[in-house]
Design a protein around this ligand. Structure first.
Ligand code: PMP
Length: 432
């Protein structure tokens, strides 16, 4: 077995520099089962971070579906196959709008790339609005939306950023609908600017749960003022469900359904195949026809029979194991536990989340809300040492990000909470 430092050296030599890993002491994981993973030395960790193995690491039904289809037939996507038709029919039945068609891809980035081209085909414009702390993927076009890793030549001329919603420090000072209106005003300003520059407005793209931005608490209807502005300007709303989709929020199957915001286009990926690389962009028949007739699109691997079998098995497991309800119940229990920890540990400034995406924002001082970014790094490293995997995100990277596989139980949540309590005791007051 290679040591961690040998593997790091080999990685740098073979994969190049600056390839990200988690934790001061990177993990070498070799096995997973349900919500647990094991490292090469045989040590077990509770996985409170991974949404890719959505229905649990190595879920036997997904593994079996992949093996069965891989042993029967797999090829590119130019032959007729029931797998993709059955899947798209089942997937689109989860929407409560007239979204009834989809293109299957291999990554969320590709799905977002297509979504932007769909909006361009429909509106004849290219201007895109995103938040100033988002990530929508790694293709050249999609990377231009990312305020966190902008291209060397700066943001794309057609991109405008609006401030990421933050329920703890709301734009305009008042949370709830005044914050929603302040956000909508920023979207209007961005549209006006795109129009004034001659670029024109095509689409607003948002994760409807703003997960990379730090998952603010936003009530149903919060996005309505912004979407009214978008529709009045003739633009489309793209909901990037790469993270919140597939029942994770516990209240609805999709993030946009929880917040009651109807998208024109929905993109998805990460949890969709439980680790198998499958993603999709879904939209109305009208938008799809405009896109297909404007651009010819082909994807060799997207929606191949094995990917569809994996994705279908994920939907089966979510349904048969009641995972949406589990997310609601266990998520509420875990957040109540975090609220309790906040009574004891001054560094917890805010507890947030929905279903099985939740966490605590760490601050140096509750009055000033000064972010405890370094403390959040110390906490996630110490949790890893104690056998619990989580991370941090948000505008100030000081919010603990807890996003476990969906079969996460009350007992798992209690173990995580007890470990966090001991970690915060051990580390003492936050300092940066
Ligand atoms: N959208 C969002 C909101 C994401 O968080 C990510 C990945 N972190 C992507 C898109 C890109 O997905 P992928 O890595 O599958 O291309």
């Amino acid at each position: 077995m290679s040591s961690i430092s040998e593997m790091m050296t080999r990685r740098a030599r073979l994969l190049g520099p600056n390839v990200s890993t988690f934790y001061d002491e990177p993990l070498h994981l070799v096995r997973g089962d349900g919500v647990w993973v094991w490292d090469a030395a045989g040590r077990k960790y509770l996985d409170c971070y991974n949404n890719v193995p959505h229905v649990g690491h190595c879920h036997p039904r997904v593994v079996e579906a992949i093996c069965k289809q891989a042993g029967t037939f797999n090829s590119h996507t130019r032959y007729l196959h029931d797998g993709i038709l059955d899947y798209v029919e089942r997937l689109t039945a989860t929407f409560n709008s007239d979204i009834s068609t989809a293109i299957m891809t291999c990554t969320g980035s590709e799905a977002n790339d297509i979504a932007l081209r769909m909006a361009e085909a429909v509106t004849g414009k290219r201007g895109v609005i995103a938040t100033d702390h988002t990530y929508h993927g790694n293709t050249t076009v999609v990377a231009q939306l990312s305020a966190t890793n902008p291209p060397t030549t700066g943001d794309g001329a057609h991109v405008r950023h609006v401030p990421a919603p933050d329920s703890y420090r709301p734009l305009g000072g008042v949370a709830g609908m005044p914050h929603a209106q302040a956000f909508a005003d920023k979207v209007q300003e961005a549209i006006d600017d795109l129009n004034a520059s001659g670029i024109g407005f095509s689409a607003l793209i948002l994760c409807p749960a703003f997960l990379n931005e730090g998952f603010p608490m936003l009530e149903a209807g919060w996005l309505t003022p912004a979407l009214d502005v978008v529709r009045k300007a003739g633009g489309l709303f793209i909901a990037d469900e790469v993270q919140p989709g597939f029942a994770r929020n516990g209240e609805a199957f999709w993030g946009h359904q929880r917040i009651k915001a109807e998208p024109d286009i929905v993109t998805m990926g990460k949890p969709m195949g439980n680790g198998h690389p499958v993603a999709a962009v879904a939209t109305t028949a009208g938008i799809m026809a405009t896109f297909r007739n404007t651009f010819r699109y082909f994807n060799t691997f997207g929606g191949n029979p094995v990917s569809c079998a994996a994705a279908m098995a994920v939907l089966d497991v979510i349904e048969d194991e009641n995972l949406q309800e589990n997310a609601r119940i266990v998520g509420a229990h875990a957040r109540a536990g975090l609220d309790k920890l906040a009574q004891k540990h001054e560094c917890i400034g805010d507890v947030r989340g929905y279903g099985l995406f939740f966490g605590a924002e760490l601050v140096i001082d509750r009055t000033t809300k000064a972010p405890a970014t370094q403390h959040a790094i110390r906490v996630s490293n110490e949790m890893r040492k104690r056998g619990v995997l989580m991370n941090k995100l948000g505008v100030h990277y000081n919010t603990l990000k807890i996003r476990p596989p969906m079969p996460f139980s009350i007992a798992d949540a209690d173990f995580m909470l007890a470990t966090l309590d001991a970690t915060l005791d051990h580390l003492g007051p936050a300092f940066d």
